[in-house]
Design a protein. Structure first.
Length: 416
């Protein structure tokens, strides 16, 4: 199947394994809101929640510790910020009571009140077909200019080998038509901690460009192959609340065997407007050799590469009756084993991108030489890792404790 083969070559995150040898936001006055999100009943941290200024494109996402920092330009004259997450009631907090104080914000579980609309009309596949058919109604038909924060890291067992971060500008093409998205790196920073000359250096090719390809609604043929629903079988799961809307969970799994592996996952589809609001999925790893070919772009002879776990998350945020890409996260785990050696190296690759601002006026595509291409490696493009004042008024995803410690450790090693 030509379409699917093209899909996975573009989507594969393109790990390069080699032998290591010896326009964005203007920085005006802003307010900073920081804190941690927790479940009001259990006290558990709430991860990957969306924190945003209502009726604007300004926002961020909580990290894996439930922590966040949101920087708000004073020109917005915003009074509140809101926090939303799957199964929780969307909560609003007054900015004047939170600025300068790092505090804990509690969210309440949103009880699911089943309505007549929750009675399933048709089968699960039919709901997915309708959701894709409603793309024109539910997603933007005009281009948008977005600002995003992107981070990627490579870890060998517990040690971080590299961390790269960037503020990126995104030309988000309309969801209708064949026009593709563009991304350019505005500014970034990096660190690397390769210890030995014979250590494998793992690089992630494509960076934020690949995050955009994971927009499964726009790129049905370049992501998980939803352009041909015969690839999957669908069945209904439970009902959840997302942004005060009831969503069906539709589970999907491969129904055919193809030359390239397919995916297992869940689509979250709003009951009232049939918009896909969230997707969680993972690559079918049953055929290990087939799965390995998805990821490896280049490796030395004698190295055996084996993916052991994959996890993908894509979320959308509604504004003004339209849905926009909000957050993308990828977690990959794999092992590398040299022939005739008794040990294996275990690696984890993570990338995430959060949309932190969005504009609809005077949108112009980037010049070709400014575009970050799918064959580029971010660590080769970003600079100024030790510049503590770099981020200024830009919104980022707060690093979790392990990444924060790794940043400090790598930063110290670079100063020596």
């Amino acid at each position: 199947m030509k379409t699917l083969k093209r899909t996975l070559k573009l989507f594969s995150l393109l790990l390069i394994i080699v032998i290591a040898s010896g326009g964005a936001l203007s920085q005006n006055t802003y307010l900073t809101i920081s804190g941690q999100l927790k479940d009001a009943k259990t006290g558990e941290k709430i991860i990957y929640a969306t924190i945003a200024i209502p009726n604007t494109g300004v926002g961020t996402v909580s990290n894996s510790d439930g922590e966040f920092t949101l920087k708000v330009n004073t020109s917005l004259n915003a009074e509140y910020f809101e926090v939303s997450h799957m199964s929780y009631a969307t909560a609003k907090f007054r900015i004047s009571e939170t600025v300068g104080n790092e505090k804990t914000y509690y969210l309440d579980i949103q009880p699911i009140q089943l309505k007549e609309i929750s009675i399933l009309q048709g089968d699960a596949r039919g709901i997915v077909e309708k959701a894709l058919w409603n793309k024109k109604k539910n997603y933007s038909e005009t281009p948008n200019m977005m600002t995003g924060f992107y981070r990627e890291s490579v870890r060998q067992r517990r040690d971080y080998l590299s961390i790269s971060e960037a503020v990126v500008d995104i030309y988000k093409a309309p969801y209708t038509g064949l026009q593709g998205d563009q991304v350019k790196v505005f500014k970034g920073r990096k660190g690397s901690n390769v210890k030995k000359a014979d250590t494998l250096m793992v690089q992630l090719q494509g960076g934020p460009n690949v995050s955009l390809l994971l927009d499964i609604v726009k790129n049905t043929d370049l992501s998980i192959a939803l352009d041909n629903l015969d690839n999957y079988q669908f069945e209904f799961g439970s009902v959840v609340n997302i942004d005060n809307r009831l969503n069906w969970i539709v589970n999907f799994s491969p129904s055919v065997v193809r030359e390239e592996p397919l995916y297992y996952g869940k689509l979250f589809i709003a009951q009232d407007n049939l918009a896909i609001t969230r997707a969680e999925f993972s690559l079918d790893l049953k055929d290990a050799d087939k799965a390995a070919h998805v990821f490896v772009q280049k490796k030395p002879n004698g190295l055996q590469f084996m993916p052991t776990s994959t996890s993908y998350l894509v979320t959308y945020k509604e504004q003004g009756g339209r849905y926009y890409l909000n957050y993308v996260r990828v977690d990959l785990k794999f092992t590398c084993d040299w022939k005739r050696k008794l040990f294996k190296n275990h690696y984890t690759v993570m990338s995430e991108m959060a949309i932190t601002d969005r504009k609809e006026d005077h949108i112009v595509k980037f010049a070709g030489h400014d575009v970050f291409r799918a064959d580029m490696v971010l660590t080769e493009k970003v600079q100024d890792f030790t510049d503590v004042d770099f981020w200024g008024a830009y919104n980022i995803i707060e690093p979790d404790n392990s990444i924060e410690n790794a940043i400090k450790k790598i930063s110290k090693s670079l100063k020596k």
